[in-house]
Write a protein that binds this ligand. Structure first.
Ligand SMILES: *Cc1c(COP(=O)(O)O)cnc(C)c1O
Length: 366
């Protein structure tokens, strides 16, 4: 039998490990920051209607420019934008998850001989996407409590002069929000492309300004979003970004033709018609998140500042043991190998209660 090591795999991929968050069937899965609420059934039926129409047309390739979907995404983003911040379809790009969007960005602006800088701990896919595209990976650190000040960020960028900088806001896996001042400082410090990954933007407090408001006049700034988290649409695979129209021109050079299937386009466009219903659970998820923070503090743990739908908490003596003990009780959280820390997603009220009660019980038996 041939093993991976016997194959003529690219030398720079030898010894690497693929993305591998455990996918286990458990009663309470709080490990990959999904929205654990089902989408409303009425919305599901409307999506199915759109899918029927799309399926009847699948003898033809889908719209390569996904014009209707881009229009719908621009409208969605414009709900929070005013004046010259407002976007048109020409500013918007989409792909099969924001992971594919980010991969296309690296294919177009990174690659062999080029580098991507980010600030760890951060989203574990960034170094994997760098590896896959042959882009050099530069990991810099953060300030106390995983914060990232304008000075820390900009001086790292000046030191390394990377071709791309990825800023995750709020940051996964720590939940830490990122100030617009830090984004501006990074942008001013680099000649490269700056990507702000706002996968969790909808979970920030009402009135929080998105990096989208910084786009006017900044041709090297990209803001990526996803329907996977707040929108409860992870299974469909739809991520997107907003940037200057020239950026989408660059991405057309590397995307596969017809990369967004007719079914994906139809489902996402239909869901966007129901944005308010799709986002109805965001408030409840924020309540559950704040409840986790309060209860963990009572239990003597140290939750970090979070504006996302998950909480990273320290003060765990043996993270692996706690992870295993929770799993034995049917509750899956995330052990990210950050010293003394575990991460948990805010679930439904019942799921959140199950997690908090199990943890409290472990505590008293420890
Ligand atoms: C979950 C997540 C994404 C979303 O990925 P999709 O491919 O859109 O599902 C992107 N960035 C970060 C930081 C995430 O945590």
């Amino acid at each position: 039998m041939t093993s991976l090591d016997d194959l003529p795999v690219r030398a720079d991929l030898r010894g690497k490990t693929p993305y591998g968050a455990p996918q286990k069937t458990v009663p309470v899965a709080l490990n990959v920051n999904e929205n654990t609420h089902q989408i409303p059934e009425a919305v599901a039926h409307d999506i199915v209607q759109s899918l029927v129409v799309a399926v009847l047309g699948v003898n033809r390739y889908p719209d390569r420019e996904f014009a209707v979907l881009r229009e719908a995404l621009a409208d969605y983003l414009n709900r929070d934008l005013v004046g010259d911040q407002r976007l048109t379809a020409a500013n918007v790009w989409a792909a099969n998850g924001s992971n594919e969007v980010l991969q296309q960005v690296l294919q177009a602006f990174g690659g062999p001989g080029r580098s991507l800088l980010s600030f760890e701990p951060t989203y574990s896919m960034y170094p994997l996407l760098a590896d896959g595209t042959g882009t050099g990976w530069i990991a810099e650190g953060r300030d106390e409590d995983f914060e990232l000040s304008p000075d820390t960020a900009a001086s790292a960028v000046r030191r390394h002069d990377p071709d791309l900088v990825f800023l995750c806001s709020p940051n996964n896996p720590t939940g830490t929000p990122l100030s617009l001042e830090t984004i501006e400082a990074v942008y001013d410090a680099t000649r490269g492309m700056v990507v702000v990954d706002e996968a969790y933007a909808e979970f920030a407090p009402d009135g929080t300004r998105s990096a989208l408001t910084l786009l006017p006049g900044r041709g090297r700034l990209l803001v990526s979003r996803t329907m996977s988290k707040a929108f409860a649409f992870a299974g469909v695979r739809l991520g997107y970004l907003a940037a200057a129209p020239a950026v989408t021109d660059a991405l057309r050079l590397v995307r596969l033709p017809y990369h967004l299937s007719a079914l994906t386009q139809a489902a996402a466009t239909a869901a966007l018609r129901h944005s308010d219903e799709m986002l109805a659970m965001v408030d409840d998820i924020r309540v559950q998140r704040d409840r986790i923070v309060m209860r963990l503090t009572e239990l003597g743990y140290r939750p970090y500042r979070t504006e996302s739908n998950f909480v990273l908490f320290g003060g765990v003596r043996d993270p692996h043991a706690v992870f295993t003990a929770l799993l034995e009780r049917g509750i899956l959280v995330r052990d990210l190998a950050i010293d003394g820390c575990l991460r948990v997603s805010a679930g439904t009220e019942a799921e959140t209660t199950a997690f908090l009660d199990a943890l409290a019980e472990l505590d008293s038996t420890a």
